[in-house]
Unconditional design. Sequence first.
Length: 102
Amino acid sequence: MKNLIVLLLLLFSFTASAQNDALFNRATTYYNEGEYEKASENYFKIIENGEHSAAVYYNLGNCYYKLNQIAPSIYYYEKALLLKPNDREIKNNLSYAQNMTL
């Protein structure tokens, strides 16, 4: 019985991971097409599925920056930086967004 539970948990995690990968790819496609709101909706679905990564938060920051919503972009860049503190791209984009508030 214990092995069955472990097997079901593994199967669920693979399914969730595949779903998040598909959402991430769809969001990236929307972003590249300039559909920033649709992209952010897909990134939020990934977060709702329980996955928190620097890439998701960084891309959310980029979406909000492109939508000229600077405060939320800073918030998501900072969340990304907490998960990946030495990432130069995150730091650079955070700096650009912070300069927009001056």
